[in-house]
Design a binder for this molecule. Structure first.
Ligand code: GLU
Length: 313
């Protein structure tokens, strides 16, 4: 067990985060760290107690931040392995275990990403970056952080509560709660996220439990976006789809490129058929098969497609 915290408000984030982390100490930890956003993201992390960090950390200005107490599961308890982890302008803290991190790490290394830590968590940071920028050399943002988080979830197996920050994105995004706890605290002009309510009870008693309530999904509370466990379950179900028939009429550029870009975010095999299948758009040819037209796919975000589960894993 460890703890994660997040803060958006008008107060200086650093003392709020470190205070919140100190209330989570009972959960056990071997190192701690914070990231504060003020234009760019500044990180301070170490293998010290929170009260030591409160005395020794450098000034970090900014009113948005995330924090973490780590209980190492992958990699030694040392400063490099402690959270937050960074990839470009993205910082992430994670509570839990990513079971398929080795296979994801191999793929990301093949794509040019360099790993600094031995943790499973660092794959999340690089996956977020690669969805945001289209790869290690990407310069322009292809989507916002919420979409990057949703797409990253498609690849993750295991347990997680995640808080992520991107310096070029105005908000803090939280993904929760696949077998790791996360609660939201709503103050007057500030918003908290934490593994446990004790982290923010001194600021607010208005608590939103990030449970299986689908209406939480995409909810933006003063800059903090919640992706609900119900949405995560849907995402996982989508991942199990093995085969979708896609009816592609003759497509001209740039629609073809846009379509291919969207397809890469769905983990299933596509078979293309002539456009006459467009008339079957959205109707199953068989109970376990769905046709999706290019028009439909281009008109919506691919990760939003409500495709049926073809095969239980
Ligand atoms: N698995 C992650 C790590 O080893 C997070 C551990 C935790 O939940 O503190 O860094």
């Amino acid at each position: 067990m460890c703890g994660i915290v997040g803060y958006i408000g008008s107060s200086s984030a650093k003392p709020v985060l470190l205070n919140a982390l100190s209330t989570l100490e009972y959960r056990g930890y071997d190192s701690c760290g914070i990231a504060v956003k003020n234009g760019s993201i500044a990180i301070h992390k170490d293998t010290v107690r929170v009260e030591v960090m409160q005395l020794t950390s450098p000034a970090l200005d900014g009113t948005v931040g995330i924090g973490h107490t780590r209980w190492a599961t992958h990699g030694k308890p040392n400063t490099i392995n402690s959270h937050p982890h960074l990839s470009g302008d993205v910082a992430v803290v994670h509570n839990g275990i990513i079971e398929n991190y080795l296979e994801l790490k191999e793929k990301l290394i093949g794509d040019g990403y360099t790993f600094k830590s031995e943790t499973d968590t660092e794959v999340i940071a690089h996956l977020l970056h690669s969805h945001l920028y289209g790869g290690i050399d990407g310069v322009f943002k292809l989507c916002d952080l919420m979409v990057a988080v949703q797409r990253t979830l498609l690849s993750l197996e295991g347990s997680y509560a995640i808080a992520a920050l991107c310096s070029s994105d105005p908000g803090l995004r939280v993904v929760a709660r696949k077998d790791s706890p996360l609660v939201i605290g709503v103050g007057n002009d500030e918003i908290f996220a934490a593994s446990d309510v004790t982290a923010f009870l001194q600021h607010t008693k208005d608590v939103v439990f990030v449970d299986d309530n689908p209406s939480l999904n995409g909810l933006n509370i003063a800059g903090l976006t919640v992706i609900s466990p119900a949405e995560i379950e849907k995402t996982i179900a989508r991942k199990r789809i093995e085969r979708v028939i896609l009816a592609i009429p003759s497509l001209s550029e740039p629609r073809r490129t846009a379509l291919l870009e969207r397809l890469t975010h769905l983990n299933c095999e596509f078979q293309t058929l002539p456009s006459f299948l467009d008339i079957l758009d959205g109707k199953g040819l068989a109970s376990n098969l769905k046709t999706v037209s290019a028009n439909e796919l281009l008109g919506r975000d691919a990760v939003e497609l409500d495709l049926p589960v073809e095969k239980e894993t």
